[in-house]
Ligand binder design. Structure first.
Ligand code: ATP
Ligand code: MG
Length: 358
């Protein structure tokens, strides 16, 4: 195992009286794409700014390639940042915007011209050198901001919601371009977003944050399929999260009905949280279902139908299916055992925020 490229060790950050990051530790491997994901105000930008050196932590260390860089100013760090609100210089040409950092470093004109060409090619804006910033679309401006960061050859690129201002289609195109860039350049990306789909699409590792704490860290598949607590399950996608009773290993009771599952080690007759994804619910004939309900809502979503099925206890199950069941129809709910995810209930309110389940 190689040592991590970046290691945040027990970082805390306070603004006035508010603790914004609380004992946050995080390792980032070289050449990985790590995404910080969480709701507004959870501390993503603050974490990124601490890595970039724009903010210093109250406690804890920032280690880069084995060296303590906690007190190193931003321009001495081997990383570049693309900020949440991209700050291009509107009065300068595209070439001058991209060249800005290189000129500060006193690079030769030939070197700079070469780099500009190379960077524009990478972001698919060949020949745009002499256009003005005003003449570019939002997506093009964003790509210039990325080109400007890339020419400095950083080991790490910090990106703070770089696609937030773009419309859906453009955002998706840019997601693919960023993945391509990462693979071509072999640099490490630390990416901030509050969009869970974007995180799932792009990342090697997702760090789910809430209120200054890391809730869960893992691959997109792990985070999506095996959320460790209700916050992660809820945040990472639409979910049915219901109270359950773990009767014994591999059997859970939900609203009085017994569902086979694959989880073990939760004890006997223990209250648990149960997560079932909308796409994992099979609607069948009432007598074939484990639970019975009535379709109370139906929306066509393009790829699938979104339905709401209300069971006698009053819970409204969210169901995604390519089969359509009209409102008012009686249906059965069936879920395959491995599509049922069991989680410990948080022991206290406080733990719920922290997300410690061990
Ligand atoms: N310079 C500052 N002074 C005081 N409070 C700050 C400062 N910067 C951030 N905060 C507060 O710290 C908390 C975390 O902010 P941060 O910008 O890291 O959140 P975020 O996760 O990036 O949110 P968003 O998704 O909205 O960008 C917020 O409550 C914010 O108001
Ligand atoms: Mg932010």
């Amino acid at each position: 195992m190689s040592q991590p490229l970046i290691d945040l060790q027990h970082i805390s950050k306070r603004f006035d009286d508010t603790l914004v990051l609380d004992d946050l530790s995080l390792s980032v491997k070289e050449n990985s794409f790590v995404t910080l994901l969480g709701p507004s105000g959870c501390g993503k930008t603050t974490t990124l700014r601490i890595i970039g050196g724009f903010e210093s932590p109250n406690t804890g260390k920032v280690i880069f390639g084995g060296e303590d860089i906690t007190k190193l100013p931003p321009n001495k760090r081997q990383l570049n940042t693309v900020f949440q609100k991209y700050a291009l210089f509107p009065h300068m040409s595209i070439a001058d915007n991209i060249a800005f950092g290189l000129k500060i470093k006193n690079k030769s004109k030939a070197y700079i011209d070469d780099k500009i060409k190379y960077a524009l090619k990478l972001v698919n804006l060949n020949g745009f050198e002499h256009r003005s910033i005003d003449s570019l679309s939002g997506g093009q401006q964003q790509r210039i901001a990325i080109a400007r960061a890339i020419v400095n050859e950083p080991k790490v690129l910090l990106l703070d919601e770089p696609l937030g201002a773009l419309d859906l289609k453009l955002r998706q195109d840019m997601q693919y371009e960023l993945i391509r860039l990462k693979n071509e350049l072999g640099i490490t990306f630390i990416y901030v977003t509050h969009d869970q789909e974007e995180a799932l699409t792009m990342s090697d590792t997702i760090v789910v944050m809430n209120q200054g704490y890391i809730q869960q860290m893992g691959s997109p598949e792990q985070i999506y399929n095996e959320p460790e607590n209700a916050f992660v399950a809820d945040f990472i996608g639409e979910s049915n999260i219901v109270d359950g009773l773990m009767i014994h290993d591999e059997l859970v009771e939900i609203f009085g009905a017994k569902f086979a599952c694959v989880d073990k080690g939760f004890g006997t007759n223990q209250p648990v949280d149960v997560v079932i994804r909308p796409e994992d619910i099979d609607l069948v004939k009432p007598e074939e279902g484990t639970l019975q309900g009535i379709v109370t809502h139906l929306i066509f979503k393009g790829v699938h139908y979104e339905m709401e099925v209300t069971t006698p206890d009053g819970y409204e199950w969210l169901v995604h299916s390519t089969d359509m069941f009209p409102v008012g129809e009686k249906v059965g709910i069936h879920v395959d055992p491995f599509d049922i995810q069991i989680m410990n209930k948080p022991a206290s309110e406080d733990e719920e925020a922290v997300g410690v389940n061990e």
